[in-house]
Design a protein around this ligand. Sequence first.
Ligand code: ZN
Length: 184
Amino acid sequence: MNYCSSCGSNVRLQIPPDDTRMRHVCEQCGEIHYRNPRNVVGTIPIWENQILLCRRAIAPRHGYWTLPAGFLEVGESTEHGAARETLEEAGALVDIGPLFSLLNVAHVEQVHLFYLAHMRTPHFEAGTESLEVGLFTEAQIPWSELAFPTVKQTLQWYFEDLHAGGFHHGRTRSRDILPSERIE
Ligand code: ZN
């Protein structure tokens, strides 16, 4: 950040009084511009024994497969955001279930949340951010063409729990994603 979004003056990196971290502080109006992680909310859309995946039409990871997910908007709940993204990217109406996975991706300043979601009908269609959308059985999941480590981990946990005969007693699965984790 170079300029204050409140008054347009220069900002300077400094530790404000009573704080412990460097912040962008406006030299003119004194506003402290905090930077906090963003929430990415998505779903695991389920139809019978299949999962709905989207092939990305946008950067990053253009052409790779993902669960429908996107940035939480101001004023909406995480559940609502997850359902909205599923409709926008995959054209699918879902009933949101329990929070299934929570992944901290600190190095890109994001927290990813995925909800179990049941498709109301088998209808889906690619939104503007998707090249194509499709239902996949476990054997059909394109593991080497997944867009993000959080999607891969969520799908791995999903099938692990499915084979174990339940969804981890309803407890949310969670871990930190490391900078070294890449899908190539
Ligand atoms: Zn200012």
